[in-house]
Design a protein. Structure first.
Length: 368
């Protein structure tokens, strides 16, 4: 039950529909890092971390690989029966860099699930649904095009639409919000995501100009301190996203009342084990949240779905996966896909997906 080998792989993920545009950055291809943890009893589990470029957060693909190189040799021989013990070992080898450690945490949970013959969702407290609602993210674009895409996705089954704004003229953002609302109305919930690009003054003005449109405003400003200045001054509920850098920050935000909900990223929080703690903190205060990640393929998608399946359905804002922007799957036999706006919880022990290593580029091996 101890780690015998760690293989590190790379997957190149081009954005098939052109460019994914956000307020701060645009990406045409992503660089994902996958980890395969093999134990001395012959089991292997998979994890993944895929930053959406180097400027969305202080995460980047080369940093993920460097972190694994730093930790990898020291993890050989670690007992995999406890994810908390593995976490302590990782913390003893490298301070911080939670997005790197997340891939190992996910892989170890995959191993434990296979050993016990249960899905990862069972290890996280137990699934309460067989499938989870997804949501679609409309990237920064022309108002009419954003409205067209939003209406199309609602027709296909999505019941939550996220619309990216900011990084351009305020009037264009306001027009986009109004046209999306005209196009979909109450057929789906709307989240307006500024990806922290607004000033406090900008956020207040935007909120007032769109006061008649029902939506949640996601991470309008850059820092926790700026978000605190917005408390009690907005018409719309506010979700925190990029500021949720760890579970302690989530606890602080809940305690201070600066967030009406969260958009959680599994790897940002440090993996499924720590994301489950954030889930439970939200449950104590009945705060809605998503269970998703920045980007990636079937492995991180499966991880997010397993976590989402354990959330009280009334609190789950959805699970976003990058599948609609990608071509192909690591596991062609059991791919993780969105169908009619929902994602089925992967079946089988562990994550329920087994990547084909021949589709990936092996970069390093530790141990063995």
């Amino acid at each position: 039950m101890r780690i015998d080998r760690i293989h590190v792989y790379q997957a190149r993920l081009p954005v098939v529909d052109g460019v994914y545009r956000m307020s701060h950055t645009s990406v045409e291809a992503l660089d994902s890092t996958l980890v395969e943890v093999t134990t001395d009893d012959g089991l292997s589990g998979w994890g993944e971390t895929c930053p959406i470029g180097p400027v969305y957060q202080p995460h980047h693909a080369l940093g993920a690989r460097a972190g694994l190189e730093e930790m990898g040799p020291g993890l050989i021989g670690t007992d995999t029966s406890s994810t908390r013990a593995v976490a302590r070992r990782m913390d003893g080898l490298l301070t911080g860099h939670e997005y790197v450690k997340a891939a190992v945490d996910i892989a170890v949970l995959d191993v434990i699930g296979q050993r016990l013959g249960v899905p990862v969702s069972t290890l996280l407290g137990g699934a309460v649904v067989d499938s989870v609602p997804s949501y679609y993210s409309v990237t920064v674009g022309e108002p009419d095009e954003s409205a067209r895409v939003a209406a199309e996705k609602v027709r296909s089954g999505y019941r939550r639409i996220q619309v990216k704004v900011a990084g351009r003229d305020l009037a264009e953002d306001v027009e986009t919000v109004r046209k999306v609302w005209e196009a979909i109305g109450h057929r789906a919930r709307i989240s307006i995501d500024a990806n922290r690009a607004m000033t406090v003054a900008h956020a207040l003005q935007f909120d007032r100009l769109c006061a008649e449109v029902p939506f949640v405003l996601e991470q309008p400003c850059n820092t926790i301190e700026e978000m605190e200045l917005l408390r009690g001054r907005l018409h719309h509920p506010v979700l925190l996203d990029e500021n949720t850098v760890d579970v302690n920050t989530v606890l602080r935000a809940i305690g201070s009342g600066i967030a009406d909900g969260f958009s959680f990223k599994v790897t940002r929080l440090g993996g499924l084990t720590k994301a489950a703690l954030a889930r439970d903190l939200c449950a104590l205060r009945s705060l809605p949240h998503t269970c998703d990640d920045a980007w990636g393929g079937d492995v991180i998608a499966a991880a997010c779905v397993h976590l989402g399946a354990t959330v009280d359905p009334r609190l789950l804002e959805g699970v976003w996966i990058a599948q609609e922007h990608l071509e192909g799957h690591y596991d062609p036999v059991n791919p993780v896909v969105v169908k009619d706006g929902h994602i089925a919880v992967p079946q089988g022990p562990g994550l329920g997906v087994r990547p084909d290593a021949d589709l990936l580029e092996r970069l390093a091996t530790y141990g063995g």
